[in-house]
Design a binder for this molecule. Structure first.
Ligand code: ATR
Length: 480
């Protein structure tokens, strides 16, 4: 086989197929391969006319087809499949070649793979790709992690195929070494869970407390999408709520089972946050809300539990609630993003990644599911205040939160009074109040820990570590 392809794609399921097509549409000659060769044949049959493809029957043909240094994009299932494919290809590749893993790998796997391949002189770029099927084809948001050299080998290609932000810049940036890219992608998904849950809570409260039909709530979301909440998820929500079921003629939302599913990246975000000791409560509540919804037997059994009588607001109060919910949704969303960025910054410190949060916001502005206008401001804020910890305290966001806090409280208390669950919004508000509180009850927690477990405490008035002999009412400073 002639050496003729500039890049290879292994794995031609939905994402791999569309990424290969995206590459070809940008003028690259793309070698393609798949474990099951019928899929490769079908791909060439369906899309071969779209660009220059080289069908490879297996790993050997693929490696023989690629220009050096070889650039191979692996688009197979995360986990064992990715390990299998890397093992198969790394035996055939040479030092200097680069493997890009564009799947949804766990960042710890990416760190392990990068280290193993580095020993063999093969570069590895663990790359988060967001935007779903259409994004892969028309321009995704791309989050690569790996050595600067590996990134340089891929940068021109990634710049070509990435989504383009409204200001003309591609949604791709080198986020750091080894697992940094997949970590950022994981947190992106965690934030996505929170964003979706917060929107769902806003909808649910309006539906419960007003006589608005889904179509009217769709109009509310459409209006919101013209303001600071402008985002892909708000726009799609408006479309969904306006949609009628072709079969029954009912609002589409009313014919769907209310049990949510998940693939696992939200769960990873929360598991990792627990390990890092970073509070991502709004994201965690979003993950738990999906789990809770799916426990249908538990819900059925609990349906006997009493709640308040449903009260429907009159037209004027309903309009007031809509305005308050917009504030609550925006403020809660800010908290969810701030928690996600905190997690990224904490991991960056632990793993020595040096991730630039402004670059993360930049990459999320286009192509991905959480793309939103306000990410411009997040990026600018991190650029203007690189050393200010916590996004919420950044001046322009602090101002907005100040304006939103009262309606936010009214919405959460309204929901509690009416018996409408808003776990993510309530968690976001509690996080806001936790961070701004001059004093927390953590002092009591520490006293309790010292009382029953001699776990010691620190004092405000003196440095050092102390323990109280509670039986003798005597406090002592511990040394060493
Ligand atoms: P997507 O989400 O894009 O639809 P995926 O489920 O993440 O796809 O991955 C499916 C791809 O992984 C397929 O190309 C599949 O190959 P087959 O078409 O032969 O099933 C590939 N894949 C899964 N396990 C694999 C393995 N152990 N070795 C090689 N390829 C594998």
């Amino acid at each position: 086989m002639d050496v003729s392809a500039q890049i290879g794609v292994v794995g031609l399921a939905v994402m791999g197929r569309n990424l290969a097509r995206n590459l070809a549409r940008h003028g690259y000659t793309v070698a393609v391969a798949n474990r099951t060769p019928e899929r490769t044949e079908a791909f060439i049959g369906d899309f071969g006319h779209e660009g220059a493809f080289v069908a490879a029957a297996g790993a050997q043909e693929m490696v023989a087809a690629l220009e050096r240094p070889r650039r191979l994009v692996v688009m197979v299932q995360a986990g064992q499949a990715t390990d299998d494919v890397i093992a198969e290809y790394s035996r055939l590749l040479e030092p200097g070649d680069v493997i890009v893993d564009g799947g949804n790998a766990h960042f710890a796997d990416t760190r392990r793979r990068e280290a193993a391949l580095r020993d063999a002189g093969i570069h590895f770029l663990g790359t988060g790709i967001s935007g779903g099927e259409q994004g892969a084809l028309k321009g995704p948001s791309i989050m690569p992690g790996g050595s600067p050299h590996a990134y340089r080998l891929l940068a021109p290609v990634l710049n070509d195929i990435a989504a383009i932000a409204p200001d003309g810049t591609p949604a791709v940036a080198h986020l750091g070494p080894d697992g940094a890219g997949h970590f950022v992608k994981m947190v992106h998904n965690g934030i996505e869970y929170a964003d979706m849950q917060l929107i769902a809570e806003a909808y649910h409260l309006l539906r419960n407390s007003t006589d608005y039909e889904p179509r009217r709530i769709a109009d509310v979301f459409r209006r919101w999408s013209e303001g600071r909440l402008n985002s892909y998820l708000i726009e799609t929500t408006a479309e969904i709520l306006a949609h009628r079921d072709a079969h029954t003629g009912l609002p589409f939302i009313d014919v769907l089972a209310d049990a949510a599913e998940q693939k696992g990246t939200g769960r990873w975000t929360v598991q990792t946050a627990l390990d890092l000791g970073v509070p991502v409560s709004a994201i965690a509540e979003a993950v738990f809300a999906r789990s809770a919804s799916a426990h249908t037997a538990l819900r059925e059994a609990a349906s006997v539990l009493p709640g308040p009588a449903r009260t429907i607001l009159d037209e004027r109060d309903a309009e007031r609630l809509v305005a308050q919910v917009e504030q609550a949704l925006y403020a809660s969303k800010l908290v969810a993003y701030a928690q996600g960025f905190h997690q990224i910054q904490a991991a960056s410190q632990v793993y020595g990644w040096n991730v630039n949060p402004a670059a993360v916001a930049d990459v999320w502005r286009a192509g991905c599911i959480i793309r939103a206008s306000f990410l411009d401001r997040v990026r600018d804020s991190f650029t203007a205040h690189p050393n200010l910890p916590g996004l919420l305290a950044h001046p322009s966001f602090a101002r907005e939160l100040g304006a939103a806090q009262l309606p936010w409280r009214l919405v959460v208390s309204h929901a509690a009074r009416d018996g409408v669950p808003v776990p993510a919004m309530a968690a976001a508000l509690a996080h806001y109040d936790t961070l701004r509180a001059p004093r927390l009850p953590a002092a009591l927690t520490q006293a309790q820990r010292d009382f029953f477990g001699a776990h010691t405490y620190r004092r405000n008035d003196r440095p050092g570590t102390f323990h109280t002999r509670w039986d003798l009412d005597r406090s002592e400073e511990l040394r060493g």
